[in-house]
Design a protein around this ligand. Structure first.
Ligand code: GLU
Length: 465
């Protein structure tokens, strides 16, 4: 069996879209599973719309997801000579011809066809002409007529188009530049691509491309057209449904493994399993198990997966990933508790790193204000006494971990006939400014007794003032 060679071929006209990332992922998985080759090809022949920024954004998105490629990035703009060479070969072989029909003529014929209820199609005026007038021309493919063009799509099954419907495609424009379908065929053939996995918005290009392969004497690759991703309203996923850029998900605090896991499940399944490590995905992936219908993007499920990977993630790595989210909140971790301990105390609860960063701020920046609505629920005299007792006991107890501290508070409650909420809630406010925070014992363990007592005393003074 020939080794699998696949490619991801984005057009650099924007960021890496989650749909593109999923196409890249399916290609990557097939290559990794079979020990094949994954190629990255930048389709930048549309010079007007292609930008360096987009190329960088696409590469950045792929790198962040860990979709490493084995060859490339190749740039179609480097291949113009190659395309020209093949246009010439086709002209020489008679599988392509010069067409001098002017835009006006073509428009007129198209309008007429529409009026007469016929499908507009190039009428072949220049197909058989022997003279070659000295006039601007495009090069057209002499598309085989009659019969049908069919292929067995690895996802969608057999797809057939009557050759009748396929135009004599322009392969080179008047200005000498090659057209999209032509470049794709030449590249896929020259790069010896065995399996073309791409979005199903390209299904209509495939029969034309197959005819070109055949005319050029190239082996036709296999095709797998991946259904679209839709928003909750069943319209194609776009910005109005929320973020669609891979890097936006990074910035919103998603982990690459969560997004990868989410994307692989979007259209592909393996029994009822939901959680897949990279290794499992590679081992279990089968392009034949990708569903035929479009999938709906579900942010709740992505959040659930992200929470799972945060909960089970390595705290040291999460700490590194959390840093930029803290910097953007003007939090410096140079002093204060070890970030890894902070991460451990928040891992259970955060759905995203953004959420974790929000909750981590108080560990480094002592509260400058308090949730007064919550604080005024307690009697002032009680607060003054309780804060003083707790501060004193914290300093003298020798407690050293979260469980010790929690036990200490239970003892304090028993000794003073206080109920736990009378101690826990005001302490939480003293330590974090608000009422949403991890367990008190946990906070003090991470903050350290000294800092905890400093904050408790500050709150006692604030209440007394
Ligand atoms: N450049 C095309 C796109 O970004 C992909 C073409 C292909 O995969 O054949 O939609």
């Amino acid at each position: 069996m020939t080794a699998i060679r696949v490619r991801f071929a984005p057009s650099p006209t924007g960021y890496l879209h989650v749909g593109g990332a999923r196409t890249a992922l399916f290609n990557w998985l097939l290559a990794r599973k079979t020990g094949g080759t994954f190629i990255l090809r930048i389709e930048d022949t549309d010079v007007e719309r292609s930008t360096k920024e987009s190329v960088d954004a696409i590469l950045q998105g792929m790198e962040w997801l860990g979709l490493d490629w084995d060859e490339g990035p190749y740039y179609q703009s480097d291949n113009f000579n190659l395309y020209k060479e093949y246009v010439q070969k086709m002209l020489d072989a008679g599988t392509a011809y010069r067409c001098c029909c002017t835009a006006e003529e073509l428009n007129r014929k198209r309008d007429l066809a529409m009026q007469e209820g016929r499908k507009p199609k190039y009428d072949g005026t220049c197909r058989e002409r022997i003279d070659q007038p000295d006039a601007p021309y495009v090069v057209r493919f002499r598309a085989p007529q009659g019969g049908e063009v069919a292929f067995d799509d690895l996802i969608k099954g057999r797809i057939a188009f009557p050759a009748e419907e396929l135009d004599d495609l322009i392969i080179q424009r008047t200005d000498g530049t090659p057209t999209y379908n032509f470049c794709v065929v030449i590249d896929d053939a020259v790069m010896r691509i065995t399996t073309v996995i791409r979005g199903d918005d390209h299904v209509n290009n495939t029969p034309r491309q197959i005819q070109l392969y055949q005319a050029l004497g190239f082996a036709v690759p296999q095709f797998a057209h991946v259904p679209m991703i839709l928003g909750s309203d069943k319209a194609r996923l776009s910005k109005r449904h929320g973020a669609t850029s891979v890097i936006a998900y990074r910035d919103m605090g998603y982990l690459p493994e969560a997004l990868m896991n989410y994307l692989v499940r979007l259209g592909w399944s393996h029994g009822d399993d939901e959680i897949f490590s990279r290794e499992e995905m590679v081992r279990l992936f089968d392009i034949g198990n990708v569903g035929r219908s479009a999938s709906v993007f579900n942010p709740d499920k992505l959040n659930w997966l992200n929470a799972h990977y945060i909960k089970t993630g390595d705290p040291e790595r999460l700490a590194d990933l959390l840093l930029p989210h803290l910097s953007s909140r003007n939090v410096s971790t140079l002093s204060g508790p070890a970030l890894m301990d902070v991460v451990k105390s928040l891992q259970e609860r955060a759905q995203t790193l953004e959420e974790m960063a929000d909750r981590a701020v108080f560990y480094y920046n002592a509260p400058v204000s308090y949730d007064e609505a919550a604080l005024t629920k307690f009697d002032k005299a009680h607060l003054a006494t309780m804060y003083a007792v707790v501060a004193e006991r914290l300093l003298s107890s020798g407690a050293a971990n979260a469980a010790d501290f929690d036990q200490l508070f239970k003892d304090i409650c028993t000794e003073n006939s206080w109920k736990m909420p009378q101690v826990g809630q005001p302490l939480r406010i003293a330590l974090s400014g608000g009422t949403q925070a991890p367990g008190i014992g946990e906070i003090i363990h991470v903050l350290g007794v000294e800092e905890a007592v400093r904050r408790i005393n500050a709150t006692r003074e604030f209440v007394a003032a």
